[in-house]
Each structure stands twice: as C-alpha cells, then as structure tokens.
Write a protein of this length. Structure first.
Length: 119
C-alpha cells in the first residue's frame, strides 16, 4: 500500500478518486452484505436493525458521500469490514461475520446510494 493511501485510510479521508462506481453492482453488494443491518430499498424495506439508518435515510445526511467513502473505517463497521490491500486503523473486536470488500466495491456502494437521492 502506498503511503498516501495509508494516510487517507487512517485519517478517515475519502479514498483517492477511482473510476466511477456501478450503482447496479453497489445494490448487489448492499443486498449481500449490508442488508443484515440496513434496510435496502425494494429488497428489505422493513429490515435492518432498530435505529440503523436505511440506505435511503443516509442520503439525507449532509456529508453522506464522505461517510460512505470511509464507512469501512468507522464504527461499527471497522469491527468486521475489511478492504483487500488496505491497512485499516486498529480494528475493533469482531462481533459479526467478517465482510471482505475490494476498494472498488466502495465506489459501487457510493454510486448506489447516490442513485437513491432522487427517489
């Protein structure tokens, strides 16, 4: 991992600009990995865990894009989400089945959640 990527990951800064994500791939990732805790529109609209925000509700948070670009290194996600090839800050103790993603998967998830803005 390059020093710049390590700095960005460890400082909660967004990842360096990558290719545009694919919203369809992002939706598939959200259904596969995120719907166990978050409601995903047209998949499990009444699902999720208690006060965990749905993907649609996340779009109402002013800095949601930055939060989505760094979700894997924020609580509670850093306990169980790992990005291949990136060293993350000290992880919390795992309490859920690990989720392994690639850096480009973050772009796909961001593209998917952006697609929910106008709906």
């Amino acid at each position: 991992m390059t020093g710049m990527v390590a700095f960005l990951v460890l400082s909660h800064a967004p990842l360096p600009a990558q290719a545009e994500g694919d919203a369809v791939a992002g939706r598939s990732l959200a259904i596969k990995h995120c719907s166990r805790c978050h409601a995903v529109p047209r998949h499990n609209p009444r699902g999720g865990i208690g006060s965990t925000p749905s993907f649609k509700v996340l779009t109402y948070i002013a800095d949601y894009v930055e939060r989505m670009q760094t979700f894997y290194d924020r609580r509670p996600h850093r306990a169980f989400v790992r990005l291949e090839g990136l060293e993350q800050s000290a992880p919390d103790a795992a309490y859920a089945q690990p989720i392994r993603l690639r850096v480009e998967d973050v772009d796909h998830l961001v593209a998917y959640i952006k697609s929910l803005e106008s709906k």
